[in-house]
Write a protein that binds this ligand. Structure first.
Ligand SMILES: CC(C)(COP(=O)(O)OP(=O)(O)OC[C@H]1O[C@@H](n2cnc3c(N)ncnc32)[C@H](O)[C@@H]1OP(=O)(O)O)[C@@H](O)C(=O)NCCC(=O)NCCS
Length: 302
């Protein structure tokens, strides 16, 4: 005789982890909304296309219970030189039941074992990341507000700032790899389509790029990032050029070591919203040249 009885559902932390694709875009945006974040569809689409999402389906069939996205950089035969983790989210109704730990342990210790890792942590995520071996190696200040226009890009320094064209892309990629410290061609080549505006700064002779920056739409906001510039004046020129093209509220996440730029942005009307902790694992700090790296493309991808 076959005995039948109630089937015990798997414990929540035994639920399978699966790859997320662009087909999961709405489920990812729903999860952001569930956690009180913005839906950020445009950003999710970029991250799911340029990176790899990992998620756990909710046992109640109502979308995703957990997510994160990994963006790999500088991939060699030995694996990526660096991977950035972002969009670590657990649906509110499953919070504090071990799902965040399960997903991050799998991604960091199984999928990305031995790969240098970085992420921007909120205060909620930090204890879990510390438990997984991440260390605090920096801080970024999130600023938002309506930019008060004063001066033109030419007010600051001698750099010539203009919209990027197709011929600039190889130069942007070279400059970016030097300053970011590893190749992120697969992400940067998406910028012309992803961003509303992409501008470059060059020496008056036009021979050398001294910076570049993008502004991309995030719902009602324009995010400035990446912001790559040889000095404060060039960073100010790039921001001024990008801000002139929009009336929307600006957001940018500036490395706190760039005090002069932070003070200038606050003078121009942007206000401090939050601080995120930059954490790394298996690497003492981010590679590249922080003095010329002012703001990430997005805190979710470095
Ligand atoms: C951060 C987050 C992903 C954690 O997921 P979770 O499934 O709730 O976390 P877990 O149950 O696996 O807990 C892991 C550890 O994180 C810490 N933690 C999680 N939620 C916390 C909270 N609300 N307050 C303090 N510590 C918390 C604890 O150290 C916890 O371990 P413990 O329960 O053994 O004490 C989830 O709270 C979340 O989505 N928060 C909003 C989005 C966010 O801030 N994401 C982080 C981006 S960097």
């Amino acid at each position: 005789m076959i005995q039948s009885g109630p089937v015990t559902p798997p414990h929540i932390t035994d639920l399978p982890i699966r790859a997320l694709t662009v087909d999961d875009l709405h489920r990812c945006a729903d999860l952001s909304e569930d956690r009180g974040w913005l839906r950020e569809d445009h950003k999710w689409r970029l991250l799911l296309a340029a990176g790899t999402g990992y998620g756990i389906d909710a046992p109640d069939g109502q979308g995703l219970a957990a997510s994160c996205v990994v963006t790999r950089y500088g991939t060699t035969h030995a694996g990526p030189e660096l991977a950035a983790i972002g969009m670590v989210l657990v649906a509110d109704r499953f919070a504090r039941q071990g799902l965040g730990r399960r997903l991050m342990t799998h991604v960091c210790n199984d999928v990305l074992k031995g790969v240098p890792l970085t992420l921007h942590a909120t205060p909620y995520g930090r204890p879990l990341y510390e438990e997984l071996g991440f260390e605090t190696t920096g801080r970024a200040e999130m600023l938002m507000g309506t930019f008060t226009h004063e001066g033109t890009p030419g007010t600051y320094g001698t750099a010539r700032v203009r919209p990027a064209n197709a011929e600039d892309l190889p130069r942007i990629l070279r400059l970016d790899a030097e300053i970011f410290g590893t190749d992120r061609t697969h992400m940067i080549t998406r910028l012309p389509a992803f961003a509303d505006r992409l501008v470059v700064a060059e020496e008056p002779s036009g021979s050398e790029l001294t910076g570049y920056a993008a502004a991309w739409p995030n719902l009602d906001t324009q995010v400035i990032g990446p912001l790559i510039a040889q000095d404060t004046a060039t960073a100010q020129s790039l921001v001024t050029a990008l801000a002139r093209g929009t009336d929307r509220v600006l957001r940018t996440d500036v490395d706190v070591r760039h005090e002069e730029l932070l003070a200038w942005l606050k003078d121009r009307g942007l206000a401090s919203v939050a601080f995120n902790t930059v954490m790394t694992r298996d690497i003492p700090g981010l590679p590249g040249d922080w003095t010329r790296r002012w703001a990430p493309l997005t805190v979710a991808a470095g």
